[in-house]
Design a protein. Sequence first.
Length: 678
Amino acid sequence: MELQQFQKHILQGIPSILPEVKIYEEKINHAPKRKAILNADEKKLAIQNALRYFEPKLHTVLATEFLNELDTYGRIYMYRFRPDYKIYARPILDYPHQSIQAAAIMHMLSNNLDYAVAQHPHELITYGGNGSVFQNWAQYLLTMQYLAIMTDEQTLVLYSGHAMGLFPSHKDAPRVVVTNGMMIPNYSKPDDWEKFNALGVTQYGQMTAGSFMYIGPQGIIHGTCITVMNAARKVQHVNGNSENGLLFVTCGLGGMSGAQPKAAKIAGLVSVTAEINPKAVKTRHTQGWVDEVFENLDLLIPRIKTAQANKEAVSIAYQGNVVDLWERLVKENMKVDIGSDQSSLHNPWAGGYYPVGLSLQESNEMMAANPDKFKVHVQETLVKHINAVNTLHANGMYFFDYGNAFLLEVGRAGGDVYKNEKALYGGHVGATFKYNSYVQDILGPICFDYGFGPFRWVCTSANENDLRKTDEIALSVLEEIYKTAPDEIKQQLNDNIIWIRDAMKNNLVVGSQARILYADSEGRVKIAEAINKAIANKEISAPIVLGRDHHDVSGTDSPYRETSNIYDGSKFTADMAVQNFVGDSFRGATWISLHNGGGVGWGEVINGGFGLVLDGSADADRRLKSMLFWDVNNGIARRAWARNKEANFAIKREMERTPNLKVTLANLVDEDILKNLF
Ligand SMILES: NC(=O)c1ccc[n+]([C@@H]2O[C@H](COP(=O)([O-])OP(=O)(O)OC[C@H]3O[C@@H](n4cnc5c(N)ncnc54)[C@H](O)[C@@H]3O)[C@@H](O)[C@H]2O)c1
C-alpha cells in the first residue's frame, strides 16, 4: 500500500462504511478460545458496549457478527476492522502527525502489533498469551487517529485500550497516559478478568504490551542471559567446576520463554526446553535459537548425556509436555544442574499451562468447554511436576522460580512446595517456598538493589546505522563509568559492556531497531544524555525513544517476582509502583502506564512504565535527567528502607553524588533485643 493511502487510513479512524469481512487465517498463531463466562444479559451488554464505537447504521450487521465472535472466541475482537496495511515500526516520518512525540508513540505501538513480533497479532496480543495492546480493532483505529491529530498541548487518555479522548494539557505533560486492568481490589481475581475483559471494559496489558514498550525477544534474551549466567556462576561457586557440561532443564518456547535456549547457549550450557506447541518449537528452531528438536524421549536422553560429556553449548527442544520430560529425567536418575519453568502460569486456566496426558488440541477444547475439569487436570499435573522437581533437587539440582507464578500455583494445587507450614492461599507473609525466585537469588541482590535494570532504546528512523551509533555511545559511556566504579557493581558493568560490544554481532533485532542493556541510574542518565547530544549533532538521524521493561528496580510491586526480595512485609503493598508512575509523569515522561497484572497474573502485581522521546533538544535533556534519576532511585530508596544491604549501599552512594537527594535510612536492630522480647 502506498504511503499516502496508509496515512489516509490512519487519519480516517473508524470507518463509517463497513470494510470487507476478514477470513480467519489458520496459519496465524491465534489466541485460544476464552471460556464462556457471560450470561445472556451480560452478552447483551458486551455487544452494546462494542457497538458504541460505530455509527447506528452499522449496528444491525455488526450486532450479529459480534455475537458470533463472542460465542466462537469468547471475546469480541472486531476482526473485520483489522487494517489491510502492514503494521510494523515504520520510519517515524511515515506516520501522519502534528506532534513528533505522538509519531514516536505510533512507531512503538505498531511494533507491538507487527506479525514478526506479536504472539497473536489478530487478537492484538503481543506476548504472554493475554498481553494486549488493545481489546479490539476499533480501539486501535481510534487511538492511531487521535495520535495522528494531537498536538504537544494535548494528552491522550487510554483506559485499558479504550481512547477516552484528547484532553488539553501542556508541552511538559505526558502525551499519553495509559492504564490497564486497574480494578477495585476485590474484583481482581482471574475470573473477574475473564468477565470484564469479555464485557470489553478492561484488559490485561502484561508489562510492555499494553504500554507499547515490547521490543521483541531481545529484551528478554538479555534478562534471561543475566539470570542464567548468574545461576550457572552460583552452581559453579557451590559445586566447583563440573567435569561435565552444566545441564539446564526448563519449559516454554513462547514469547519470552523462547529466549531461554538462546541465553543458555550464550552462557555455554547444555539446555533442554520442553514445549508442547509445535508452532512455538518451529518458530524458535527456524530462528536458530534452538539447535535441535526431539519428540522422542528415548532419543533425547542419550543425546543429553553426550552433550553433557562433551561439554557442548547446545540448545535442545523437547516437543512434548514438560512433566513427561521431568519424570523421565527422574527415572533415568539424570544429573540436572539447573532447573526452572517458564510456562505461562500467570494464566493457568486459559492456555498458560498444559496438563499432561492431553494433547494440545484436547486441552484447548476442554479449557473452553469444561473449565472445571480442565482446572483439575492442570492441578494434578502441577503436583506431578513439583514431585519430579523435588526428587531432582534432592539429587543436587538448583531450581529457581522464573517469575511465572509456578510456585504459587503449585502451592494452590496442593503440591509439596512449602518450606514451613502451608500458608493461607499461598500468599501469606509467613509463606516460604522451598525454592527461591530468580529475583530473590539473582536479579534482586545483584541488579535491582543497585539500580541495574532493563533500560532500552528504539531508533525511530528504523535505520540500523542509528542503532550502531547508539551501541557505540553506550559502550563508551559504560567503559568510562567502569574505570571508577566500586567493586560491588563491576561485574554487572562488565557483563553489560560485553553484551553491548557484541550486540550487533548477535543479531538481536526483531521488529524495531531497538537495544537493551542493564544499567543503573548513573549509566542510564549518562547514556541518554550522550544519545540526545548525538541527535542534536545529527550523528543520529531521528528521535530515539527511551524506555524500560516494567520488570525493573522501581516500576513493579510483585511479591513473587520483582519485589520477592523485600522482607519487611511491604512486598504486598503497591506504593512504589504507583509513586513511580506518578513521579515519572511530572518529571518528563512522554507517555506513562500503570497496569494491574503482568507476568505473574491479574491481581498479583501492580506495575508501571514510561516512554521518553529524545529529540536532541534542551527540553529533552532536562526531562531525561529529572525523570531517569527518579525512575531508578525511587526503588532503591524503598529497597534500602526494607533493609536490603545492597540498596542501602547504592542509595548512600547516590546521596553523596546528589546533594539534593535526602532519603530516610533504616536503623538496624540488634537481633538479641528482639530475641529477648519473646
Ligand atoms: N523470560 C523472562 O525473563 C521472564 C521473566 C519473568 C517472568 N516470565 C514469565 O514466564 C512466563 C512465560 O512467558 P511467555 O511470554 O513465554 O509465555 P507464552 O505463553 O508465550 O509461552 C509459554 C509456553 O509454555 C508452553 N507450555 C505451557 N505448558 C506447558 C507444558 N506443560 N509443557 C510444555 N510446554 C508448555 C506453552 O505452549 C507456551 O508456548 C510468563 O508467565 C512470564 O510472565 C518470564
